[in-house]
Design a protein around this ligand. Structure first.
Ligand SMILES: Nc1ncnc2c1ncn2[C@@H]1O[C@H](COP(=O)(O)OP(=O)(O)OP(=O)(O)O)[C@@H](O)[C@H]1O
Ligand SMILES: [Mg+2]
Length: 216
């Protein structure tokens, strides 16, 4: 499902910031990552606006990479890639700096979905979460998407009825291995399998020591 287009949204490519800036500073962010703060879009509850947490290169680069990655995914010409990736609908000028606007995942009851680390901390690694993780991995293989160090805190677990669907909210393109992956489909498949093993290792580490990391 594609998100509704916000009146403030602009297409990323060649986007000019709108004349009027969006007021976010009066609102609490619904999440604070290490590089971005995430706000519900004031005009559309199904969109979020991400602004850089600080004016440093790490934060600004992440904003840039999200935009570039999303453009590359669009260029594939297949909508199915946005089944588990929030399409960016635009760039917006805010009173906290330039923001990127993307679909905000919510559970069926309307609450903002939490990331996989938070959900595992609360529920443990239940059979239905294990099924959802398997579903996400199958989807990544089918879409032949080589992500960049996907970790549980960059996966959002959307609760729908009794189950979960996992969405990947960051690191959609693996720049480091893009060239290698382009050499042959079998090379790409091997690199994807390696990324998925890496994800499993991260998952086991967090299940074994769920509260020791600095992440949310
Ligand atoms: N589209 C979304 N829908 C629902 N929740 C989201 C969405 N995007 C981000 N979040 C929540 O906000 C948190 C921080 O977002 P994000 O990962 O984009 O920030 P970051 O600072 O770039 O990340 P990191 O902490 O990995 O460096 C996520 O872990 C997730 O819980
Ligand atoms: Mg993140």
């Amino acid at each position: 499902m594609k998100p509704a287009r916000s009146p403030h949204a602009r297409t990323p490519a060649g986007a000019a910031p709108p004349a009027q800036s969006l007021a976010l500073s009066g609102q609490e962010p619904f999440a604070r990552g290490t590089k971005r703060h995430c706000y519900v879009h004031p005009d559309d509850p199904d969109l979020c606006v991400k602004v850089a947490a600080r004016a440093d290169e790490d934060c600004l680069r992440q904003q840039r990479w999200d935009l570039e990655d999303c453009e590359r995914l669009r260029a594939r010409g297949a909508d199915s890639v946005f089944d588990r990736i929030p399409a960016i609908t635009g760039v917006v000028d805010t009173d906290l700096g330039r923001g990127i606007v993307m679909r905000l995942y919510r559970d069926r009851d309307g609450r903002i979905s939490r990331n996989l680390s938070q959900v595992i901390r609360e529920h443990g690694l239940t059979p239905s979460l294990v099924r959802a993780i398997d579903g996400m991995k199958r989807w990544l293989r089918t879409e032949r998407l080589l992500t960049r160090d996907t970790a549980p805190y960059n996966v959002v677990a959307v609760r729908s009825g009794g189950g979960w669907t996992l969405m990947i909210i960051e690191g959609w393109e693996n720049r480091k291995y893009r060239w290698l992956a382009s050499l042959h489909p079998s090379v790409k498949d091997r690199l994807i399998a390696r990324q998925l093993r890496k994800f499993d290792r991260r998952l086991s580490r967090m299940v074994q020591a769920p509260r020791t990391g600095p992440r949310p």
